[in-house]
Design a protein around this ligand. Sequence first.
Ligand SMILES: Cc1cc2nc3c(=O)[nH]c(=O)nc-3n(C[C@H](O)[C@H](O)[C@H](O)COP(=O)(O)O)c2cc1C
Length: 366
Amino acid sequence: MAKRRLPRIAFDYLDGGVEDETCLERNRKAFERYRLVPRYLVDVSTRDQSTTLFGHTYSSPFGIAPTGSTGFLRRGGDEMLAQAAAAANIPFVLSGSSNASIETIAAVAPQHAWVQLYAARDPTVTHDLVRRARDAAFKTLVVTVDVPVRSKRERDIRSGFGAAPRPSPRVLIDMLLHPAWLAVIARHGIPPFESWLPYVGANARALDVAKFLASQFPAPQTWQDLETYRRLWPGTLVVKGILHPDDARRAAELGADGVIVSNHGGRQLDCAPAPIEALPAIREAVRDRIVLAIDSGVRRGADVLKAVALGARFVFVGRATLYGVVAGGLAGATRAIDILREEIDLVMAQLGCRSLADLDGSLRTQ
Ligand SMILES: Cc1cc2nc3c(=O)[nH]c(=O)nc-3n(C[C@H](O)[C@H](O)[C@H](O)COP(=O)(O)O)c2cc1C
């Protein structure tokens, strides 16, 4: 449904990966390598998939990963995802290149929204973004580290995403063939990256804000910067995009509270391992010192359970809920969450698990 609703320039941005998209494929294949062995003759008439993470008991072991430009895909998409997450009692991570501002989302989902940081080249901007997140009473800051450069996303290059401000005739015709999406853009314009507006000018146009963001991002980032964020951020600090055990260990040593083992949904390094493959060694390296979460390639409830059985405390989904919000707005986002939640519940019953703690021992590799 999301594909039908969006012109190619927007759908390919949502759906695509880097270069040959082998990483994108590997993320799925890696989950398929694992089996969950059912256990029967257990009374599973009541099942509980709740998980406590950083002091909050969430109703499911998954949350919504940060995705930039969501408002371009569906007007108000950030707000809808945040609202759906809060209603379902799961976390929603606001992207560093979101359309809705930090302050807006703090008001929409005060107990459930986390905020993701994309550092700017100008450190005063970065520090101000962190300050604003703190002042808006966010409890959890997610620092994404896997974008040292803009990656070569060939679908975006072909479709013209993020290129010329004036779409080519081919792109225009495709937009005209998707009137539901186009009507909203024609009426309201392309939404700006609202968190970045104050650094450009309150009345700046979306294009000016996008140009500013492009001039500031990606910024060079080192371990020293992570130390700085740890000093600036009084709350929970999570590092997203880790795939090497030594990096996970170092993040823990610098005082991070958790890492998200992730390859950015196959959008950054095409030869990167699938997070599910990288997880066991990372778990071995950090043991229980920090919380380990995982994302990339999760499409089914069983994938969530496989990740938990392999030692992840929590799982994030990017595209799964994006497809939902694009297809059906708030109801679509809620539906996507419900589908995953229901699948987790059904698979738990087959595995003889009343709670996630019972999962141990259900996993087999091929
Ligand atoms: C359209 C799109 C935009 C994304 N934007 C961001 C972003 O702004 N910040 C970030 O840390 N990760 C971003 N990601 C990566 C997601 O947070 C997450 O790691 C990835 O989507 C997980 O893979 P999945 O889509 O297979 O679930 C984006 C992913 C997608 C699909």
